[in-house]
Design a protein around this ligand. Sequence first.
Ligand code: ADP
Ligand code: MG
Length: 343
Amino acid sequence: MDRLFIDVKSLAQIIKEFLRALGQKHTYNIFKNWYCLFGIMWGIPIPIVTIGIDFYSSRIPVTLSHIIKIMLANPLHFFFFLHPIFFGIVFGAMGTVRYNKQQKIEELDRVKSNFLSMVSHELRTPLTTIQGYISFLLTEKTGTINQKQRECLKISGESADLLNHLIEELLDLSKIECGGFKVHLARVDMLEVVHKAVASLQVYAAQQEVRLENNLPKDLPPVWADQERILQVMTNLLGNAIKFNRKGGVVDITASGPRKEKVAFSVSDTGMGIPEDKLDMIFDKFYQVDSSGKRKYGGCGLGLAISKSIIELHGGKVRAESKIGIGSKFHFELLNATLAPRP
Ligand SMILES: Nc1ncnc2c1ncn2[C@@H]1O[C@H](COP(=O)(O)OP(=O)(O)O)[C@@H](O)[C@H]1O
Ligand SMILES: [Mg+2]
């Protein structure tokens, strides 16, 4: 059971923030600070009730002169009369404390986004140089290389590509966060997109001993999509379906037929599955079901968050269903370009 205790330090901090808010204009601005207005409204019944009690007990008619008389007879009424103002100030100050916190969070968020995009850009520049020189060495224009050296360069190249992918994801995230992430919708042939995604992951799937099955119907209609971005979504989903699969497992890509306004795509695997209560969280940025220090899967937990944003920019939704130990299935929908107008 949680023990109730007063944390003196945070109490002092709250009092400090409160006192600081009392000196800020925002506290008294009933047009911008709804807390202040709320406090005033909350305080209004107090003088009415206290004077009302006097009227009720003395049974005199309610007139202005009687009100003044009652108030002069008992100066405590002035104190009650000022209550709406007291409440307005106290609530207003609370509103200002909240407002200040919000401003601080927004500021920190902006700093974090700037930092993210700055770091990604700074990492990318030297990495491009590294990738360039690895490719250059492999062309043997600087002299012949032996088999062992070629092997080493190939591994370095693969690691550099992986790093590049992570940086791309961080850059995408910073774009999403500052609202600069856009899609350009056109008629897209998903057969071609899936074909490309499968081709780019074939080697990885073979390494993991996972079979990729493209079961899209041959009469799949074109959809409204941003070709590059939807390829990114497909690659992310397929990459996960391979990564979290078992040896000898299968990844299946399917879609609904041409007669519907929305074409539903799905990517299913025969892997470890995702716990029921984590099915929503996996779409949050940086979230990974296994985030322990000894996790054996690579990645930084951004693929699904980015994919979700991309699908949402297409006006669609992405969702997951899963059974532990049996596999997971990811669904998303795109508009049929032969039946629906461009969104
Ligand atoms: N097909 C899947 N099977 C099991 N777990 C998955 C699958 N796809 C995603 N997940 C879970 O969701 C998390 C987030 O996925 P993602 O955003 O692609 O990040 P990453 O792949 O970098 O870990 C993964 O770490 C994993 O725990
Ligand atoms: Mg992933």
